[in-house]
Each structure stands twice: as C-alpha cells, then as structure tokens.
Design a protein around this ligand. Structure first.
Ligand SMILES: *Cc1c(COP(=O)(O)O)cnc(C)c1O
Length: 314
C-alpha cells in the first residue's frame, strides 16, 4: 500500500508540471441540494484531467532512473494525453497505443503533445499486449494507467490540495475507474483528516468496485457502455483495491440519466464544461442527505467531444 510520505514526495516531484486547480462553488446549486457544494476543478488541470499528476510522477521517475528510449502506454483517453505531454516535456519520444475507433479529438490532443499514435484492435487487452511488445523492441517503459504506486501517489496529491483549500469538509465524492484516483485521495485524506467521509462513485452499469467490495474480492464485470468513458474499467486494480477496502466510507451508484443531468447543471449554473466521468461525482454529491454540510465533488476532467456535449444536452 502507498503511504502519505509517498504522496508528499509526489507533490514535490510534480510541482513544476501539475497546477494547483481552483475550487468553485455555486450558491444556487447548494441551496437546491441542501448542502454547500464545492467543485475541485481538475477539468482545468494541464491536459484537461488529474491524470497528469500520476503520469508526471511515474514518467519522471522512470526517465531519471532507467534512461529509456521511449515511453509507451495504451490509452486513448486522458492517461494517454497526460503521458504524451510529460514525455514531450522531458524530451523522450512517446507512443500511445489507441483503439481503432478512438475519437478524433483525443488523437489530435496526443499529436499536439508530439506522441506517436499506434492503432491496435478494440479491446484494452490487445492494446496493452501491443504496448508491451513495443517496449521490448524499443527499450521503452510501459506506463500503467492506475495500478502502480507512483501513479496512485501522484493522483493522491489532489487530495492533499483540496483539504488545504476547503475548510470543514464533511464529504468528498470521487469517481472510480481502475481506482488510481480514489486510492491516492483516500490515503491523503484518511491519513491526515480521517473524520472526512470519502465516498467513491461509479456508474450503476459499471459497478465493478461496488460488487468487489460486497464480495470481498475483485470482480470482473466485462464490458460496459456507460457514457462515463473514463470509468469503463472492468475490474478494480490489484494495488488500488486493498486501499479502497481499507479506507472508503461508502460507494454510491448513479444511473446514466443522473450523470447527464449533473453535466447540464454544472454547465448552465457554473458555466463549466466537465466530462461525463467527472459529472458522476457531482451527480452523487447532489443526492447526499440535505443537512447543510460542506461537500467536495471531484471534477476529475473536462475532455469531451463537441458531439458528446450535444447528446448530453438533449
Ligand atoms: C481516469 C479517469 C477517472 C478514473 O480514475 P481511476 O484512477 O481510473 O479510478 C475519472 N475521471 C476521469 C476524467 C478520468 O480520466
């Protein structure tokens, strides 16, 4: 398991890359919800999501210790963008293996950061195998998306930050994909201010962590079609899951309509564009019992295609 010390270390390591993102609040939304709601704005983070925190921590370490000729990962989403960005900053070539149906915007972002895009199949298994082969052929380092102590510690820095920014927090809502974000945030919060309740959130149709916690072991749910595309992981991480088991206060499930509604509320009331994976935590926060407490919803990212925005507003 990671510890608090590793998160402080990560914070130092990435201080020249990751921004301290703002906190926003809306009195109107809060009045309706019966709690004071704060948004932790990682959609305004460099590369558009918190993923740059973990990726920077991991890629910097790998580049310094192993002097690789290439940095490789297998993600069409925010992790791929973050890895391409930090590799470019460090002057190391990167290759991002993406599915054949990856969205144009995401490919554009990877190319903007000078990452090489390599198409491979449609499943994450095919992509990861391809990425590992490229690593062998090119003296490269594979950067996993969540199941790695340096990635988890990097993501945990957002937890340290938000407890310094908001006083008297009652609850923090965190979306769960593979669990890198929540395992870092749990460690940061529970090892400094354990009275704050930390609640994980999953789409009801991507409830692998919820089922795993109930069963006491990691459950694989196979494929899912949730609009929260950053949360489509089919099974919790090997390293992340024990941290969730140890520390999480609760897991809340939200349905697809609630995610869509939360996206619209944040857009119209707060004038912020967040992606569906981030709207998941807002949707859960809005359903917390109305008793005037102070709640932080982690807005984990803002990378969303124009077409998806249109469909969410319908
Ligand atoms: C990756 C991602 C998540 C989930 O993070 P995990 O570390 O996989 O649990 C949530 N929101 C956004 C925007 C993401 O990119």
């Amino acid at each position: 398991m990671i510890n608090l010390e590793q998160i402080y270390q990560a914070r130092e390591n990435i201080s020249d890359i990751a921004k301290t993102t703002p906190i926003m609040t809306s009195n109107r939304i809060s009045a309706n919800a019966g709690n004071q709601l704060f948004l932790k704005c990682e959609h305004l983070q460099k590369t558009g999501s918190f993923k740059i925190r973990g990726a920077s921590n991991k890629v910097k370490d790998a580049a310094a210790r192993l002097n690789p000729d290439a940095i490789i990962t297998a993600s069409s989403g925010n992790h791929g963008q973050a890895v391409a960005y930090i590799a470019n900053q460090l002057g190391v070539p990167s290759t991002i293996v993406v599915p054949e149906d990856a969205s144009v915007n995401k490919l554009k972002a990877i190319e903007l950061y000078h990452g090489n895009v390599e198409f491979c199949g449609t499943t994450s298994e095919e992509r990861i195998n391809r990425a590992k082969k490229i690593c062998e052929a090119e003296n490269g380092i594979y950067i996993p998306p969540y199941d790695d102590p340096l990635i988890m510690a990097g993501q945990g820095t957002v937890g340290l930050e938000l407890i310094e920014q908001v006083e008297d927090i009652g609850e923090v809502y965190v979306p769960i994909g593979g669990g890198g974000l929540i395992s870092g945030v749990l460690t940061a919060i529970k090892e400094t201010k354990p009275s704050i309740r930390v609640i994980g959130v999953e789409p009801a149709i991507a409830n692998d962590t919820y089922l795993s916690l109930n069963k006491g072991e990691r459950v694989n749910i196979g494929g899912t079609t949730t609009i929260a595309d950053g949360l489509r992981t089919s099974i919790p991480g090997e390293l992340t899951f024990p941290v969730v088991q140890k520390y999480v206060d609760d897991i809340v499930l939200v349905d697809e309509d609630a995610i869509q509604e939360a996206f619209g509320i944040v857009l119209t009331r707060m004038k912020q564009v967040i992606e569906a994976s981030a709207a998941v935590s807002v949707a859960a926060a809005l359903r917390s019992a109305p008793d005037g407490k102070r709640i932080v919803a982690l807005a984990s990212g803002g990378n969303i295609d124009n077409k998806v925005i249109q469909s969410l507003l319908k």
